[in-house]
Design a protein around this ligand. Structure first.
Ligand code: ADP
Length: 424
């Protein structure tokens, strides 16, 4: 058993694969667990990531689950911890980013942590505490229309303060640009002032390298996945990670494929349109028809498909159609209905021989992995920044699974994913 040095807790499944993929760029073995493992501590990796489905859960449930994950990671030997949430800070005034961070801080006995959802490679940057998606402030980006966590403010301090009990501060870009010592001095200054929650500006990878170097000995860091990316090299240099640490494995997987999309993000809409334009067989789920007639029609369609064509089943729709369905059926009800249907499609496709499963949507991925009975994923090659292929066991068979967060990847993601697995 390899000692774990770093434990990460992610608030959704695609967020977990995202950070696991970036940590795996180091070549070191990374394991991703779906939910808090109830199995004994076997086959642990130097980097362990636990995927929760807590982003939109009631606050108390999110806190309880995260604390259980922390206890498991501590049991595996981890001494550094990371609370990973979305690079668009997906949350509501109640949480769950702030309340969970405060619970972790209490358990770890630390009085300060940092918040940095920046992911420059994917166009997420923070300046003067304001989060940008590409060139747009968060609140003007398509995230303002997200089905579950619409983001209507771009200022991270204003978003975070109602979620926490202790003061929030900022270490701005001008300080980060002055280097590691300046960041550490800023954190000390904030600590003396009683500031427990420090938002960190970052507009480029070099800023994240500075912040990671300055914060690498903090018991708890919080942010998007990109902030964790420099950590393996830092831990190697510090001697915390051994040079002989185990490396990633690769496996041959049959080309039978299913693509399942339950994300309504702008990028997923473009990806679905581009994939359909290639002439791939596709089936669109309609929420209203589903409530009336159930999933049999899509399951019948799936049963007639040649899985080497990599067919697509999608509920992906534009914001107006999503709003209309939510108004008719209720936000939670329509979300759950579609997640349940896509999960049933994943199981049916696997039983029909699909060995490569491509899923778009964070919540959707949670439902699909649960239905497939997947509990541990080994991270493999990266398809797009923050989206790796993974290998896992489902009903005793090894499959390749990729879980894509809504706005990740370029328009050709679904075909990029298939091509990536065929590369030597
Ligand atoms: P993302 O990663 O883009 O946030 P998620 O899967 O996390 O995607 O969230 C999308 C939510 O929207 C899911 O709960 C999904 O079931 C729901 N959804 C998908 N299609 C529709 C639709 N046509 N109408 C309403 N809700 C939908």
């Amino acid at each position: 058993m390899t000692g774990t040095i770093f434990g990460c807790i992610a608030d959704d499944f695609t967020g977990a694969t995202d950070i696991a993929g970036l940590l795996a760029r180091s070549g070191v073995q990374v394991s991703l667990r779906i939910g808090v493992p109830d199995s004994p501590l076997t086959r642990t990796s130097p980097f362990e990531v636990i995927a929760l489905k807590s982003r939109t859960a009631p606050v108390a449930d999110a806190i309880a689950e995260t604390r259980a994950a922390l206890a498991w990671l501590q049991g595996a030997g981890a001494t550094r911890f990371f609370w990973k949430y979305c690079s668009t800070f997906d949350s509501t005034a109640e949480g769950n980013i702030g309340p969970v961070a405060e619970a972790l801080m209490r358990d770890l006995g630390t009085d300060q942590t940092v918040y940095c959802p920046a992911f420059p490679e994917n166009g997420r940057s923070i300046f003067m505490g304001n989060l940008f998606v590409g060139r747009q402030p968060l609140a003007e980006s398509p995230m303002k229309d997200h089905p579950l966590t619409p983001m209507r403010d771009s200022n991270l301090m204003r978003l975070l303060q109602p979620q926490v009990t202790r003061p929030v501060g900022l270490t701005d870009r001008l300080t980060v640009a002055r280097g590691v010592d300046a960041v550490q001095a800023s954190l000390a200054y904030h600590r003396a002032d009683g500031v427990a929650h420090v938002v960190m500006d970052a507009v480029a990878d070099s800023d994240l390298e500075t912040i990671a170097a300055a914060c690498r000995d903090m018991p708890l860091m919080t942010g998007g996945s990109a902030l964790a990316m420099p950590l393996p090299a830092l831990y190697l240099a510090d001697g915390l990670l051994s040079k002989d640490a185990p490396r990633q494995a690769t496996h041959e997987i049959d080309r039978t494929t299913i693509v399942l999309s339950g994300s309504c993000s702008a990028m997923t809409n473009a990806q679905v349109a581009a994939y359909i334009a290639q002439g791939v067989p596709s089936y669109q789920l309609d929420p209203l028809t589903l409530t009336q007639s159930g999933p049999q029609a899509v399951l019948d369609w799936l049963a007639t498909q040649d899985l080497t064509d990599a067919p697509l089943i999608y509920a992906t729709a534009d914001p107006a159609s999503v709003k209309a369905a939510q108004a008719k059926l209720g936000v939670a009800q329509v979300g759950a209905l579609i997640e349940r249907t896509l999960a049933a499609c994943a199981v049916a496709a696997r039983d029909a021989g699909a060995r490569r499963i491509i899923v778009a949507g964070g919540e959707t991925s949670g439902a699909v992995t649960k239905a497939l009975g997947v509990s541990q994923l080994d991270i493999a090659s990266e398809i797009a920044p923050g989206v790796p292929w993974t290998y896992c066991l489902s009903a005793g068979t090894r499959i390749a699974l990729t879980l894509k967060s809504g706005n990740f990847g370029t328009e050709t993601f679904f075909s990029d994913a298939q091509a990536k697995l065929d590369q030597p």
